[in-house]
Design a protein around this ligand. Structure first.
Ligand SMILES: *Cc1c(COP(=O)(O)O)cnc(C)c1O
Length: 393
């Protein structure tokens, strides 16, 4: 095409927009870190491409192996956990799977607490079993029996503090010491503690996994996980598997977590205070036989909680009097207005979900539970909501 002087060369326009010469001035400063998005990372020359090593954080190789944005969040989560190295994964459950796949091989065995996050146990039952990796379930409240279970095949132990749904707080140091004595790696699911309630590595664990989905996000709007260590060799072992599995996280999700981190401790404290207030209210209700909240006296493992924690997640379960059947307990949950029905926690909206002790693996008893997670609503509104919902009985 022969164009006039002010006619653009349409064929070349796209090239010009891609390879545009403008470079913004360096030295921009803002409160929020920049958000870098990449699959491709550009090298200045072939020598630079050849020299870069995906194992090191001194440079960049490929979007999957890290960007300034993901490195920044990794460093901040490592600080939060009191660790030295962190890897990001697409969900908390992916973090559990990553640790298992990095450390276990056919013939090995992993031990899980009887009150484990249910998908962790399901992963062991369905997926690890197919790879010839065994698992057994231990009572997290019986250190002596646990120590006696550790065998020559035991390579990895998962611990949870507090446990899921029934919220027992174990003697973490006791469990860890038993593993130490036999050289068994201990991985903590630290989603409940979030790096706020206690310092995981001071309890002696080797790995701290968190669902960033919960407190670090705080928005109920994204999924992410982290795997933090304090030992370079252990980190490199997990990082190699992380790379081979292709576990990446989206820059926009990382941006949200980075934005939420400065308010993490404030949100944790607020939901803790509201959670304890409401748990104490439930404790005084005649419809209830037990309240599971590790900061409440009489809750299983309260002394172990008090030994290492000053704070607690805004999360608790109540057990209804056995005179009430599942339909009645379900009716209470359905009658809640402020509490919505759903899984997860640490978001702005308070949540409730019913559970049956009889079908929770490893638990004895027949009680019907409701697990509450506290959002940011006014606490008096939440108490009033529970009070009106109980009229459904
Ligand atoms: C939510 C949760 C997970 C998994 O996190 P996702 O991001 O939802 O996969 C793991 N452990 C505990 C204790 C959790 O509460």
């Amino acid at each position: 095409m022969s164009g006039g002087p002010d006619e653009r060369d349409e064929d070349r326009l796209t090239t010009g927009l891609i390879h545009h010469p403008y470079e913004p001035p360096a030295g921009f400063g803002a409160v929020a870190p920049g958000v870098f998005k990449a699959s491709t990372v550009i090298f200045k020359d072939v020598a630079a491409l050849r020299a870069r090593n995906w194992r090191e954080k001194t440079g960049y190789t490929y979007g999957l192996h890290g960007t300034p944005t993901t490195f920044t969040l990794e460093e901040r989560i490592a600080t939060l956990e009191g660790g030295l190295q962190t890897l990001l994964v697409p969900s908390g459950l992916a973090g559990i799977a990553l640790v298992n796949l990095a450390l276990l091989k056919s013939g090995d065995e992993v031990l899980l607490p009887s009150n484990a996050y249910w998908p962790n146990a399901e992963l062991a039952r369905q997926e690890l079993a197919r790879w010839g990796i065994g698992h057994r379930v231990y009572d997290p409240m019986d250190v002596a029996a646990f120590a006696a279970m550790l065998g020559p095949q035991t390579r990895l132990v998962w611990v949870e503090a507090a446990g899921s749904i029934t919220m027992e707080f174990p003697d973490l140091a006791g469990l860890v010491n038993a593993c130490r004595a036999r050289g068994v790696t201990v991985a903590l699911d630290n989603t409940w503690g979030a790096g706020i309630a206690f310092a995981p590595f001071e309890q002696g664990v080797d790995i701290s996994m968190q669902a960033l989905t919960k407190y670090p996000s705080g928005g109920a709007d994204l999924l992410m996980g982290s795997v933090t260590t304090r030992d370079e060799a252990l980190h490199q072992q997990i990082k190699a598997t992380h790379m081979r599995l292709g576990l990446g996280v989206g820059a926009n999700d990382v941006e949200f977590v980075l934005r939420s981190l400065p308010t993490l401790a404030l949100r944790y404290a607020a939901q803790d205070a509201a959670g304890r207030h409401l748990a104490a209210w439930w404790q005084g209700r005649p419809e209830i036989v037990r309240v599971f909240h590790p900061a409440l006296e009489g809750s299983p493992g309260h002394v172990h909680w008090a030994a290492c924690c000053s704070a607690a997640a805004g999360l608790f379960s109540v057990e209804f009097d056995p005179g009430y059947g599942q339909p009645q307990v379900d009716a209470v949950v359905d009658a809640l207005r402020r509490f919505r029905i759903g899984h997860s926690w640490a978001g702005p909206v308070s949540l409730a979900a019913p559970y049956d002790l009889a079908t929770l693996r490893g638990q004895t008893g027949r009680g019907k539970l409701v697990r509450f997670s506290i959002g940011f609503e006014n606490i008096d509104d939440l108490v009033a909501d529970c009070e009106q919902a109980l009229r459904a009985l």
